[in-house]
Write a protein that binds this ligand. Structure first.
Ligand SMILES: CSC[C@H]1O[C@H](OP(=O)(O)O)[C@H](O)[C@@H]1O
Ligand SMILES: Nc1ncnc2[nH]cnc12
Length: 295
């Protein structure tokens, strides 16, 4: 018997990316979650025979702001749809003079400054602490980097994404502070998304598309939605080409994740079985069923 799994690739589309092209058997499907309403239905289909599931992060029509996104429901429905790896696509501001608008960054670290969001699937009744030392899956990063290289899209492998609460953009003092911390890009959405993906034992990586220089750059205008959308529209075809290249590359049957993303809960649960809240355990059926349903 083989231990290989057939990956199902999830894509979370950020600002400007509300659909993906070229899917066979495409179908928008509503998936119920015990964690509430996700941003939208998911788009399921196949690309070169590889199963994939797309979720527009803010919903079609960009209805949901960063602080009101139900990050838990979004990750839960992807897991329920069978997703094993998640590629997150995000618009970001640049905090690094070497990363002008139009550049893509394969993010490898985050600093989470969001504060008004539910950040864990685990609550009173079942406590868990997963490692976030390496918050993205290097295997997914490798695939994204290879696709960006092949497509000749200007990019940087590695970079730190500062997650701000928003929805207002940063003050100049904040922008300077994050630059002094060594951050490369800034956005409002990738946390707690990456933390929840880890709790759900999903491989996760972010490709960030630089749309502006935030507000620190002396030679550039301060960020506006208009400017972000203009750059996103110019880059939408590149983002779609990236998705089209990455999905088949990640879709080959594979063994366990070398980094252990798919086993993140193995050593994380601290509440013993007899003290666990059965209602919470039931809600965690998709996210943590692998470890909770053991005899
Ligand atoms: C429309 S500009 C601000 C908006 O864009 C980014 O969203 P996403 O990560 O979903 O592409 C940023 O985080 C803000 O939510
Ligand atoms: N400058 C910026 N700050 C926060 N989120 C962004 N998304 C795109 N540009 C941004």
């Amino acid at each position: 018997m083989s231990d290989l799994i057939e990956p199902v690739i999830g894509v979370i589309g950020g600002s400007g990316l509300y659909d993906i092209d070229g899917l066979e058997d495409r179908q928008w499907r509503r998936i119920e979650s015990p964690w509430g309403e996700p941003s939208d239905e998911v788009l399921t289909g196949r690309l070169d025979g590889v199963r994939c599931v797309f979720l527009p992060r803010h919903g079609r029509g960009h209805r949901v702001p960063p602080s009101e996104l139900n990050y838990r429901a979004n990750i839960d429905v992807l897991k329920r749809a069978g997703v094993t790896e998640v590629l997150s696509i995000s618009a970001v501001g640049s905090l690094n003079g070497d990363l002008p608008p139009g550049h893509f960054v394969v993010v490898d670290q985050f600093i989470d400054r969001s504060f008004a969001r539910k950040k864990s699937f685990f609550e009173t009744g079942l406590v868990a602490h997963v490692s976030m030392a390496h918050p993205v899956c290097a295997r997914l990063g490798d695939a994204a980097e290879a696709a960006l290289r092949d497509l000749q899209i200007p990019h940087k492998r590695g970079g730190t994404y500062l997650v701000m609460e928003g929805p207002q953009f940063s003050t100049k003092a904040e922008s300077e502070l994050y630059r002094a911390w060594g951050c490369d890009v800034i956005g409002m959405t990738n946390m707690p998304e990456a933390k929840l993906a880890r709790e759900a034992e999903l491989c996760y990586a972010t490709v960030a598309m630089v749309t502006d220089f935030d507000c620190w750059h002396p030679d550039h205008d301060h960020v506006t939605v208009d400017a972000v959308i203009k750059v996103m529209q110019a880059n939408a075809d590149k983002a779609k080409a990236l998705v089209k290249a990455v999905i088949p590359a990640l879709g080959k049957p594979r063994g366990p994740c070398p980094q252990g993303c798919d086993r993140a809960l193995e050593m994380a649960l601290i509440t013993p079985p007899e003290k666990r809240d059965p209602a919470l355990v039931a809600k965690l059926d998709a996210v943590a069923g692998r470890v909770l349903n053991r005899a």
